[in-house]
Ligand binder design. Structure first.
Ligand code: HEC
Length: 214
């Protein structure tokens, strides 16, 4: 019995060593894949040449995406700073200075995951799909946990205008707040319009929104 446990432990540690070795030194006989070749393969698999411009844009990496890819989402401090700077520069604020739209529309957008897939109708409203990663209103029990819970988001921030502005920036371009964030860059990538973002913000910050109720 004892030796069975010991050999299981030995096998586990050998397996761990093997994995560690592979990661430390990739086998040399594998073909080297250049960035160009990778891009070519991606484009070919999505039929790039036949895509409408808004879907082509999904496959073209901008500088921020390129840097995050290059550093596998762990950029050194100076690159992270550049990513945040470029991202901040891309932000367009609401022209009328009004950050809060209609929370009911914001709720719909948060629940809605439609849009920007290959066969989605481009004339239909694209959703924010925020629930895929965040808890928001307490009544909704189906939500992802990749992002932090946004329960009571406005209330715990005393509905502070500065917090509203900060959240606008986060939603418009998450990389302005954190380089290589996994949250979509809704404004910069034209997933949501400025108006849509004000609706989603209202869902987080309106005093009447279910997000801020018990
Ligand atoms: C793919 C996952 C994902 C989606 C979808 C997503 N987020 Fe996030 N969000 C995150 C993560 C992860 C963070 C934590 C910070 C970071 O890593 O950027 C975050 C952070 C935030 C924050 C800041 C929270 C804080 O700490 O103050 C807000 C506000 C926010 N998200 C709002 C939204 C809204 C609104 C939507 C929909 C329009 C949305 N998010 C969609 C992943 C996501």
């Amino acid at each position: 019995m004892r030796s069975a446990i010991l050999s299981a432990a030995l096998a586990a540690s050998l397996a761990a060593t093997a994995v560690a070795d592979v990661r430390a030194e990739p086998p040399r006989d594998l073909p080297q894949i250049t960035t160009e070749r990778l891009e070519q393969a991606m484009r070919a698999s999505f039929g790039y040449d036949r895509l409408p411009p808004e879907l082509k844009a999904r496959l073209d990496q901008d500088e921020v995406q390129r840097l995050c890819t290059q550093y596998r989402n762990e950029p050194p401090a100076d690159v992270a700073e550049r990513i945040q700077k470029l991202s901040a520069e891309s932000i367009v604020f609401p022209p009328d200075g009004k950050f809060l739209g209609d929370w009911k529309k914001g709720e719909q957008l948060s629940l809605n995951g439609y849009g920007l897939r290959m066969r989605d109708d481009p004339r239909r409203q694209v959703g924010g799909n925020c629930y895929a990663c965040h808890q928001m209103a307490p009544q909704e029990v189906s939500y992802g946990t990749l992002g932090p819970s946004l329960l009571q988001y406005g209330k715990v921030r005393d509905f502070d205008p500065e917090a509203i502005r900060t959240a606008y920036i986060k939603i418009y371009n998450s990389n302005a707040a954190l380089a290589c964030s996994s949250m979509p860059r809704y404004g910069t990538q034209k997933i949501l319009s400025i108006e849509d973002i004000t609706h989603v913000l209202a869902f987080l910050f309106d005093r009447d929104s279910p997000v801020n109720k018990e």
